[in-house]
Write a protein that binds this ligand. Structure first.
Ligand SMILES: [Fe+2]
Length: 509
């Protein structure tokens, strides 16, 4: 795409932010409702508020941390859920807090900082909540000039070419100093040959790192009816960008990349803008009678694409994908029958109403790029619900056989009712090994950390954090990948806890 094309894209996006999300929250005080519910369900503290914007501590270490494991687990997540007395009406509306868990020979240290976004600064200056969220807006909410006005930097982390970026779904990455976690500011990738900024063009929260070190991503601009595609070289420079018109637009959260293609699932959660809607989510209509469209894009020509169809479904996260020589793509996803976890569960939890719909099950997909067909089937036994799939990062966008994910089993639910197991699943053999967390802890995303010098998927650790709601502590746990059922081989505990986060990356070294 030439510079003129970039400029055209920016012009389209500048006017694309929906203007109708200004209906104000008029119901009961959600802070009060949440506080009342907390007395009955103390584990709801996982969706509580932070009490300061900067945390730092040495963690109390137990077990044996391997000498070969050196590096930092960076994470982000919604953390500030109450802004000057106004409690957000959706989990994903919390201001982002970036964490660094630094693991080395001298122990485990933790640091976390609220991202100094434009929103955080503007609300601090105003002394009140200013901006609409996904499900409601605070009293007196102001209009938006663009997506970065309310960029929360609260969803995921990309560490690339030495740069640490905290990602949201609908705006620019936020650059963070990897050493002290201070906020540098919104980041825009350099255009080939220099030139105009790509700032504000949506950069979604789940970029995929290819085997050559380059990064693929997409973004959606609802009002413009466009999906945007990014390809960033291993040198950090924007190598290519593209766009494809999608009508009606939906809310894709993640995608997969193979040797030759990008694949997105587009659930029938249709963007239908209307004035005075109660937030951006309510500008969407779930149409289960419509198919889930599958968009297949040629990596070598980002305008070349076609659509296939699956039954209606909702997917937040994929594990990975690969493509064999005959052009057959295989990928996996945590699949829900509808988006109610997004539209209901994550709203209700904010006013202290735990209403989990257990329906997310892990599926495998087979997409034949020559016959242009796609099929799907469940990968696990009934009654096992999953989320947060991840892989050994060395097999990203290529053939893989092992998946890490969280789960819960219908026959053995935790007191807190949400995910409570961490798994290593072998796709080829169907073997699933898992560890069940104690009911006092709620595990967060767990990641595969390779053992230095090992073959991919052959030896490594599973690293993940957990919220101990009974003791008000955050914990990091390390498992041997091949002995996950034995429980953590090492742990480290903080003297405080921070509300549940979302995604992270382990950066070795
Ligand atoms: Fe995500």
């Amino acid at each position: 795409m030439q510079r003129r094309e970039f400029s055209k894209l920016l012009a389209l996006l500048a006017c694309s932010w929906p203007a109708g999300a200004l209906a104000q929250a008029s119901d009961a005080d959600w802070s009060e409702l949440f506080a009342q519910a907390l007395e009955e369900f103390p584990w709801l503290a996982a969706w509580g508020n932070i009490d300061r914007d900067h945390y730092v501590s040495d963690a109390a270490v137990s077990g044996r941390w391997p000498e070969e494991l050196n590096g930092t687990l960076y994470r982000t997540g919604p953390a500030r859920h109450e802004v000057y007395g106004y409690r957000n009406h959706h989990w994903f509306d919390g201001d982002g807090m970036v964490h660094a868990w630094r693991i080395g020979g001298d122990g485990v240290r933790h640091q976390a900082r609220l991202v100094e976004t434009a929103k955080v600064k503007a609300e601090r200056d105003a002394g009140r909540a200013l901006y609409p969220g996904l499900a409601a807006a605070p009293p007196g909410a102001v209009g938006l000039t663009g997506p970065d006005d309310l960029n929360l930097a609260n969803t995921s982390i990309l560490h690339h070419h030495g740069r640490l970026l905290a990602l949201w779904e609908a705006g620019s990455p936020y650059e963070i100093d990897p050493d002290n976690l201070s906020t540098v500011g919104p980041y825009s990738f350099a255009e080939p040959g220099g030139g105009s900024s790509m700032r504000g063009v949506p950069f979604s929260a789940h970029p995929r790192v290819d085997v050559d070190g380059s990064v693929w991503n997409f973004g959606y601009a609802s009002a413009a009816g466009l999906l945007v595609f990014w390809h960033i070289g291993a040198d950090g420079e924007l190598r290519n960008a593209g766009r494809i018109a999608v009508d009606p637009m939906t809310m894709p959260h993640d995608f997969v990349v193979t040797e030759r293609h990008l694949v997105l699932l587009l659930p029938p959660f249709h963007y239908r803008p209307r004035a005075n809607a109660d937030g951006f989510l309510n500008m969407h209509e779930w149409r289960p009678e419509d198919p889930c469209r599958v968009l297949v894009v040629d990596k070598n020509d980002l305008s070349s694409h076609y659509f296939l169809e699956l039954p209606a479904q909702w997917v937040f996260h994929f594990g990975n994908a690969w493509e064999d020589r005959s052009g057959v793509i295989r990928f996996d996803a945590a699949r829900a029958p509808d988006p109610s976890i997004m539209t209901q569960t994550f709203t209700e939890i904010m006013r202290g109403n735990p209403d989990y719909g257990r329906a997310v099950r892990h599926y495998g997909y087979r997409l034949d790029t020559r016959a242009r067909t796609i099929s799907e089937e469940s990968m696990l036994e009934p009654g096992v619900f999953t989320e947060f799939p991840s892989i050994d990062p060395r097999v990203g966008c290529r053939q893989y056989r092992k998946l890490v994910f969280l789960s819960q089993s219908e026959a053995d639910l935790a007191e807190h009712g949400t995910l409570n197991e961490v798994n290593l699943f072998d796709i080829e053999s169907g073997r699933r090994d898992w560890f069940r967390y104690p009911d006092t802890q709620i595990p967060e995303e767990h990641l595969y950390a390779p053992r230095p010098g090992s073959e991919p998927e052959s030896a490594g650790w599973i690293l993940g954090t957990a919220f101990d709601w009974r003791r008000g502590r955050h914990i990091i746990n390390l498992f041997n990948a091949e002995g996950i059922a034995d429980g953590p081989v090492a742990s480290a505990e903080l003297p405080y806890a921070i509300p549940l986060g979302l995604h992270g990356k382990f950066v070795a070294g």
